[in-house]
Write a protein that binds this ligand. Structure first.
Ligand code: HEM
Length: 141
C-alpha cells in the first residue's frame, strides 16, 4: 500500500517537472500581450500550487504509512517544497501588483519568470537525482 503512495508521489513529481518545463513557454507565448501574460501567470500559479499540494499530501501520507520519520532526505524534500512554494507565491504577487503594461516592467517580469522557473527545475532535478543516487547506494541520506 505504501509503495503505491510512493509511486503516486514519484509520478506527481515527474508531472510537476514537465509542467515546470512547459512554463518556460509562457513568457514567450504572451510576449506581445502583457495582460495575457498576467492571466497565464495566474492560471500557472494555481496549477503549480495544486500539483505541489498533491506532492506534499502523497509525501506526508507515505511518510506516516511507511513510518519513515524525519530522515535527511525527507527534511530536504520538505525544505525544497517550502522554498518552491514561497518563491512561487512571491513571484505571482509581484506579477499581480506590477504595471505589466509598462514595456520595461513587462520585460523585467518575463526574465524573472524564466529565472525562477530555472531555479525550480534545478531544485526538482537535484532532488530526483539525489533519490536515484540514494536508491543505487551511491549516497545515504
Ligand atoms: C512535504 C513534502 C514532501 C514529503 C513529506 C515527502 C516525503 C517522501 C517520502 C516519505 C518518500 C518515500 C521514502 C523515501 O524514499 O525517503 C518520498 C520519496 C520521494 N520524493 Fe518526496 N516528499 C515531499 C516532497 C518532495 C518534493 C518537493 C520532491 C521533488 C522535488 C520529492 C521527490 C521525491 C522522490 C524523487 C522520491 C523517490 C520516489 C521513488 O522512490 O520512486 N518529494 N518522499
Amino acid at each position: 500500500m505504501v509503495e503505491q503512495v510512493i509511486i503516486s508521489h514519484s509520478i506527481l513529481v515527474k508531472i510537476f517537472l514537465v509542467f515546470l518545463l512547459a512554463g518556460f513557454f509562457i513568457p514567450k507565448m504572451t510576449a506581445k500581450d502583457p495582460l495575457k501574460f498576467r492571466k497565464a501567470s495566474f492560471i500557472y500559479t494555481m496549477i503549480f500550487q495544486a500539483l505541489a499540494s498533491m506532492i506534499a499530501f502523497t509525501g506526508l501520507v507515505a511518510m506516516v504509512m511507511g513510518d519513515y520519520g524525519f530522515s535527511l532526505s525527507i527534511v530536504l524534500m520538505i525544505l525544497i517544497w517550502g522554498a518552491m512554494m514561497f518563491i512561487e507565491i512571491k513571484k505571482y504577487k509581484v506579477i499581480k501588483v506590477t504595471d505589466v503594461q509598462d514595456p520595461a516592467k513587462h520585460a523585467l517580469l518575463k526574465s524573472l519568470f524564466i529565472k525562477i522557473s530555472s531555479v525550480q527545475v534545478l531544485l526538482v532535478v537535484a532532488m530526483v537525482v539525489l533519490k536515484i543516487m540514494e536508491a543505487k547506494g551511491a549516497v545515504s541520506l
